[in-house]
Design a protein around this ligand. Structure first.
Ligand code: PMV
Length: 364
C-alpha cells in the first residue's frame, strides 16, 4: 500500500460517533476544462497520461449534506430537488468502496442535495464539480467529528484531490484555483498520478483571468459516456502514440503557460481537442461526439483568428459543445463575434460566459 493511503487509514476517524451528532454542510465546487486531455485510464482510476486544466468560475455544483447519527449507513441523494438514485449510486459506491478511510459513514445517515449553477441539460459534464463538491462535504463532516473529540484538523487539499480522483478522474483537478496538473510528469516536480497539484504560481498572469465562452451546440445527453470512452482506449491502436504525444504536450504547455506564449498555448490546446475526438473516431467501435455545428464553429474561429490576429482558440470536452478560450482584454471583440457569427450554431442560441476561477467555496 502507498504511504499516503497508509497515513490516511491511520488517521481515519474510527471512534464511536457521538450521540446526537448531526448537522448540515455545503460546498460549492467548480467544473474544469482540460487543455491537455485525460483520455485513457489504468489500475485504480489512474491516468494514462498527465492532464492540465483551467478551473472554471460560473459552472459549479453546489452540494449540501445533512448528516445524522444512525445505527448503520444510510444514504439518499437529491439532484435539483428530485430524488435521484441513479446519480446517487456513483457516490454511494464510492463511499462503500472507501469505507476503510471513512469508517464513520457506517454510523451516519446522509441526505445529499446537489444542483448545478449552469443550466440543466446544457451538455456540460458535471462529474468533476459534483464529485469534488461531495468530497469537500465529506471532509468537512470528518473535521467536525475530529473537532468533537477535541482534535482540530486542517482541510488537506491533497487528500480532497486524491479522493475526488477516485470518485471521478477529472474531479482531482477541480480542487485548485486557476489551473491544475494531474498526473506524474518529469516536467513538474511533485506531480503525481494520485492527485492533482496547483499551477497557480507557475503561470503567466494572462492565464489567471482567461475567458471560456461555452457554445452550447447540443444540450442532449452524450451517446457514449466518458467511462466507456476511457475503456475503449485499451484496444485503440493509436493509444501508445497518443500517450507519448500528451506527455510532450504537457512539457511544452507548462513552458508556454509560464512565459505567456499564446501561440504555443493555442496550437497545443486545439491539437489536444482534435486528438481527443480523433481517438473516439478510431476506437472500436468508433463513435463521434461532434455535431456539424461543432465544425462550423471551429471553422469560424480559425477564420476569425486569421483575419483579426486576436488570440482566440477552441477546445472541446467529450461532447459537441465548443469552449472558446481567449485573454480577458479581448472580451469585447470576441463577444461581438460570438453574437454576430456563432450563436446561430448554438442550440436555441445558448452560450455560457465563463472564465478562469477559484477553488471550492464553503457554503455553510
Ligand atoms: O473524469 P472523467 O472520467 O469524466 O473523464 C474526463 C475526460 C475529459 O473530460 C474528456 C478530459 C479531461 O481531462 O477532463
Amino acid at each position: 500500500m502507498k504511504t499516503l493511503e497508509k497515513h490516511w487509514l491511520n488517521e481515519a476517524f474510527k471512534s464511536e460517533v457521538p450521540n446526537g451528532f448531526q448537522g448540515k454542510v455545503g460546498w460549492q465546487s467548480p467544473s474544469n476544462i482540460a487543455l491537455v486531455k485525460y483520455w485513457g485510464k489504468r489500475g485504480k482510476q489512474l491516468p494514462q497520461n498527465p492532464s492540465i486544466s483551467f478551473t472554471l468560475s460560473e459552472c459549479c455544483t453546489e452540494t449540501f449534506v445533512q448528516y445524522k447519527k444512525a445505527k448503520s449507513f444510510g444514504f439518499q441523494f437529491f439532484f435539483e430537488g428530485q430524488e435521484s438514485p441513479t446519480f446517487g449510486a456513483k457516490i454511494e459506491k464510492f463511499l462503500l468502496d472507501n469505507q476503510a478511510f471513512f469508517p464513520f459513514i457506517n454510523q451516519l445517515h446522509l441526505t445529499v442535495e446537489s444542483h448545478n449553477t449552469f443550466p440543466h441539460s446544457s451538455g456540460i459534464a458535471s462529474s468533476a464539480s459534483s464529485m469534488s463538491a461531495f468530497i469537500m462535504c465529506l471532509m468537512e463532516i470528518e473535521r467536525s467529528l475530529s473537532l468533537s473529540k477535541g482534535r482540530p484538523v486542517d482541510l488537506d487539499l491533497q487528500k480532497v484531490s486524491y479522493f475526488s480522483r477516485l470518485a471521478s478522474g477529472s474531479a482531482a483537478r477541480s480542487v485548485f484555483p486557476k489551473m491544475a496538473l494531474w498526473g506524474a510528469t518529469e516536467a513538474y516536480e511533485g506531480s503525481s498520478d494520485e492527485y492533482a497539484v496547483p499551477l497557480e504560481n507557475d503561470i503567466h498572469p494572462v492565464f489567471k483571468t482567461y475567458r471560456d465562452s461555452i457554445m452550447i451546440v447540443s444540450g442532449e445527453k452524450k451517446s457514449v459516456s466518458s467511462r466507456a470512452g476511457h475503456g475503449l482506449m485499451e484496444g485503440n491502436p493509436y493509444a501508445p502514440a497518443r500517450y507519448a504525444q500528451a506527455n510532450e504536450n504537457i512539457k511544452n504547455l507548462l513552458t508556454a503557460l509560464k512565459s505567456g506564449d499564446l501561440d504555443t498555448f493555442m496550437s497545443i490546446t486545439e491539437s489536444e481537442a482534435l486528438q481527443l475526438h480523433a481517438l473516439m473516431m478510431c476506437s472500436n467501435p468508433s463513435f463521434i461526439l461532434m455535431k456539424p455545428n461543432t465544425l462550423h464553429i471551429i471553422e469560424e474561429v480559425r477564420n476569425f483568428r486569421n483575419e483579426t490576429h486576436i488570440p482566440l482558440c477552441f477546445t472541446l470536452d467529450a461532447g459537441p459543445n465548443v469552449h472558446l478560450l481567449y485573454p480577458d482584454n479581448e472580451a469585447a471583440a470576441v463577444e461581438k463575434f460570438i453574437k454576430s457569427e456563432l450563436v446561430t450554431y448554438c442550440d436555441q442560441g445558448r452560450w455560457i460566459a465563463d472564465h478562469v476561477g477559484d477553488c471550492p467555496k464553503l457554503l455553510m
